[in-house]
Design a binder for this molecule. Structure first.
Ligand SMILES: Cc1cc2nc3c(=O)[nH]c(=O)nc-3n(C[C@H](O)[C@H](O)[C@H](O)COP(=O)(O)OP(=O)(O)OC[C@H]3O[C@@H](n4cnc5c(N)ncnc54)[C@H](O)[C@@H]3O)c2cc1C
Length: 318
């Protein structure tokens, strides 16, 4: 059986990355001729049975006060216990913040081989070979998993969400002992009104070409017209023009939005390392020789202070 960890957001909704993991798990289960099932640990506000549309027949739910707040250690212990109880042989996670924290812990507990950052379904005709992205997305590696229990975390936005609207899953309360958590979240403060960068479908990013923090208003306008998150290059964060949590690249966050709009960014290899998994890249730069154009799907050669307000205006008209 293929068991998919269903990641739940703070507000109780099912994350889009969880839908990708479900679709991936269901496709793999079909390929292996076994069932696909889901696992939910966090409090949820959605109707879980509707997740059957993504191909899972059953969803195991562990309802316990101790799992109310995300804690990778507790979650990993419960995941491993459910996997053992249900006899799951393949576990699927999203390679997002929670998956990156839980999957290796589950792998250590179950002595299972883990492929982190998979980008395609495994090749199972002769063994179990998973393609994953390596060298910050600049290359791919084929990894053979040799253990009986196999764990895969899939890169966000690398597998299409697919389903059949009529599908429905049976919800089962899993009888698992949950220890008291080792840590406790006392409070969380969230910036309101902003789209979180890691989950954004569209990202508008600024570089040194913006000249200074006082000019970010035009990027904020563009971002809000597209319901996009803001990001920046490293020198911008180093100069304190923008906060460091917006810095993307080799030493910053790695993102994979559907659309990445790079404004006044040259396209250094260390920057590309964090954004080259974006589905569509648009580059706005006044230098036609800027290296970023080589990685771009669409490019606008021009002065950003001229181009960006016109682009925002055109989007608002649409
Ligand atoms: C070990 C290491 C790790 C690094 N990690 C990262 C990382 O994680 N992320 C990262 O971003 N960088 C990283 N860097 C830095 C990286 O090498 C580049 O120096 C950096 O990405 C350049 O930032 P930039 O494109 O904003 O600035 P610049 O290279 O100065 O480019 C500015 C661009 O703006 C354009 N421009 C200027 N004015 C305008 C205008 N009016 N209209 C339109 N275009 C204009 C210019 O033509 C130019 O292409 C790292 C470097 C090292 C050595």
């Amino acid at each position: 059986m293929v068991l998919v960890f269903i990641d739940i957001a703070e507000d109780g909704s099912v994350k889009k990355t969880a839908l990708e993991a479900l679709s991936y798990g269901a496709a793999l289960a079909k390929q292996l001729n076994v069932a696909a099932e889901g696992l939910v640990l966090a409090p949820v506000t959605e109707d879980l049975s509707a997740l059957g549309q993504y191909g899972v027949t059953k969803i195991h739910q562990v309802k316990n006060e101790a799992l109310q707040h995300f804690d990778a250690q507790s979650y990993a212990k419960v995941c491993a216990a459910v996997a053992e109880q249900t006899g799951a042989t393949v576990l699927i996670f999203s390679h997002n913040t929670s998956g990156k924290a839980i999957a290796p812990r589950v792998a250590a507990r179950m002595k299972a081989g883990l492929v982190a950052g998979a980008v395609a379904l495994p090749e199972t005709s002769n063994g179990f070979i998973v393609k994953k992205s390596v060298f910050s997305g600049k290359a791919f590696a084929d990894v053979s998993v040799l253990t009986t229990v196999k764990i895969i975390s899939i890169n966000p936005n690398s597998f299409k969400v697919e389903g059949d609207a009529n599908g429905s899953a049976e919800i089962v309360d899993a009888d698992i002992a949950v220890d008291a958590p080792l840590i406790k979240t006392i409070s969380t403060s969230k910036q309101s009104g902003e789209v979180p960068l890691a989950e954004a479908e569209i990202v508008v990013s600024g570089g040194r070409g913006m000249k200074g923090p006082e000019n970010w208003g035009i990027l904020e306008d563009l971002a809000s017209s597209l319901h996009a998150a803001l990001a920046c290059s490293r020198p911008v964060a180093d100069a304190h023009w923008r906060p460091h949590n917006e810095h993307v690249g080799q030493t910053g966050g790695a993102i994979a939005p559907n659309l990445y709009i790079a404004v006044g960014i040259s396209g250094a290899i260390q920057h590309l390392a964090g954004v080259n998994r974006s589905k569509v890249i648009v580059v706005i730069n006044k230098d036609p020789e800027a290296p970023f154009f080589k990685a771009a799907d669409y490019g606008i050669v021009g002065d950003l202070f001229d181009v960006v307000p016109k682009l925002t205006e055109a989007i608002k008209q649409l």
